[in-house]
Design a protein around this ligand. Structure first.
Ligand code: FAD
Length: 389
């Protein structure tokens, strides 16, 4: 291909542009981003940025990079439609609507917040974009009572920072435990204890049913007084463009092991893509910097060098809550069995063996766990226990 067009200038879209040039691709690269400004990283939005407000620290590349690498970056521009027959997209931006051609298209459209059908949910704030985080920082500039709907990573990270800044925080989670989709029951319990120690109030196994300016009502009638509400109850992949263009979608834009969609001229990556898990073969969708950037690198190599290798990178993830760092090597489904290997190290297991290892404040063990998870041969008990050594 001579012209590669990338839709979405987040972590994965930008990495695709960078990796294309690094892989020697000399054609045209157009990177279209729906948000204003330079591409930035999201993880600090629920962590350091809430404290320091340093937007410069979030930018993934300086403005000069795009000229130097001849990447046609178009911020504040929205792709409205994909015409697969003519191989072009329709965009709207400051200069009005027009069409842009492609030989290969990369979908890197990410996700957006799920808006559960809760009365008054329109009053709640999101935490997805830099703009959202700026709004939240303003709200945190004076003492306030906060209700967080959703006890997942983003809600808990935000709650930890808000509490450390002296605010009153209530965390509302419909599931009986925190981070239930992603971590073991033991790790959930540990973080519940931490949050309680910090002074956060937890409401587990209780769905929010109404949001009002004065607070949130839970299913059992409990009223939680709050000045503002953060909605962090999960996301949904941005698949509308792909669906309208007739691409196969199923919890994300469906890809094969080479990250190609049902149209061989279109790849999908990162949060919006559903791809075969290299370990189990099951179709999965991950929301992590690791997946977005490793996907991007593979797609770039395929486009630039014709490298048809299947995706084989192993997942890893982190979450910083207060002074604590949780790290996960591998990927476990919510029903995976769990076993404590050593203090703060938990293995997750499914029918085909070890699927993930969770570690707490232990970067060394996490790095060992990543090596172990990547092993193509079954792991022995002794090897597993060595992680803690
Ligand atoms: P995104 O980075 O979300 O980028 C998608 C972009 O596409 C968006 O800018 C969107 O506006 C744009 N777009 C969508 N549709 C269109 C269109 N039609 N036209 C133009 N543009 C469009 N991950 C971790 O691994 N560790 C963490 O600690 C962590 N913390 C996080 C904290 C927060 C607050 C958030 C929000 C996310 C966090 N993540 C974390 C997740 C991580 O940021 C995402 O997995 C990653 O950004 C995914 O990259 P992406 O390129 O797939 O999508």
């Amino acid at each position: 291909p001579e012209t590669v067009l990338i839709i979405g200038a987040g972590q994965g879209g930008l990495q695709a542009a960078i990796s294309l040039r690094q892989s020697g691709f000399a054609g045209t690269i157009t990177l279209i981003g729906g948000e204003p400004g330079l591409p930035y990283q999201r993880p600090p939005l629920s962590k350091a940025y809430l404290r320091d407000g340093k937007a410069e620290a979030l930018y993934l590349r300086p403005e000069s990079f795009f000229d130097a690498k001849q990447i046609d970056y178009r911020p504040d521009t929205w792709v409205e439609a994909i015409d697969r027959t003519a191989q072009r997209v329709t965009v709207t931006g400051q200069s009005g609507a027009h069409a842009l051609p492609y030989d290969h298209l990369v979908l890197a459209t990410g996700t957006r917040n799920l808006r559960p059908p809760i009365e008054g949910i329109g009053l709640a704030c999101d935490l997805r974009t830099l703009r959202d985080a700026q709004t939240l920082r303003d709200r945190l500039s004076q003492p306030t009572r906060i209700a967080v709907i959703g006890g997942g990573f983003i809600g808990l990270e935000f709650a930890a920072v808000a509490r450390a800044l002296g605010h009153e925080v209530a965390i509302i989670e419909a599931a009986p435990r925190l981070m239930a989709r992603a971590v073991s029951a033991k790790m959930s319990a540990h973080f519940a204890e931490l949050h309680r120690d910090w002074g956060n109030r937890l409401h587990l196994g209780q769905a929010a049913i109404a949001v009002e300016p004065s607070g949130v009502t839970l299913a059992d009638g409990t009223k939680i007084a709050s000045d503002f509400v953060l909605l962090a109850a999960g996301v949904r992949p941005n698949t509308e463009l792909a669906e309208a263009a007739g691409l196969a979608c199923d919890n994300g834009v469906r890809t094969d092991a080479r990250l190609l969609t049902s149209d061989p001229a279109i790849s999908a990556l990162g949060d919006c893509a559903s791809f075969p898990d290299p370990r189990s073969g099951a179709q999965i969708r991950l929301e992590s910097v690791q997946a977005a950037t490793d996907h991007a690198r593979l797609i770039a190599k395929r486009i630039a060098k014709g490298d048809a290798a299947p995706y084989s990178a192993q997942p890893w993830f982190w979450s910083d809550q207060g002074p604590c760092k949780l790290q996960i090597a591998g990927f476990a489904t919510p029903d995976a069995a769990e076993e404590e290997i050593a203090a703060g190290i938990i293995g997750r297991f499914d029918a085909s063996g070890l699927s993930a290892i969770e570690t707490l404040d232990n970067a060394r063990a996490h790095m060992r766990a990543r090596k172990l998870i990547a092993s193509p041969v079954p792991i022995t008990r002794a090897e597993l226990e060595e992680i803690a050594a």
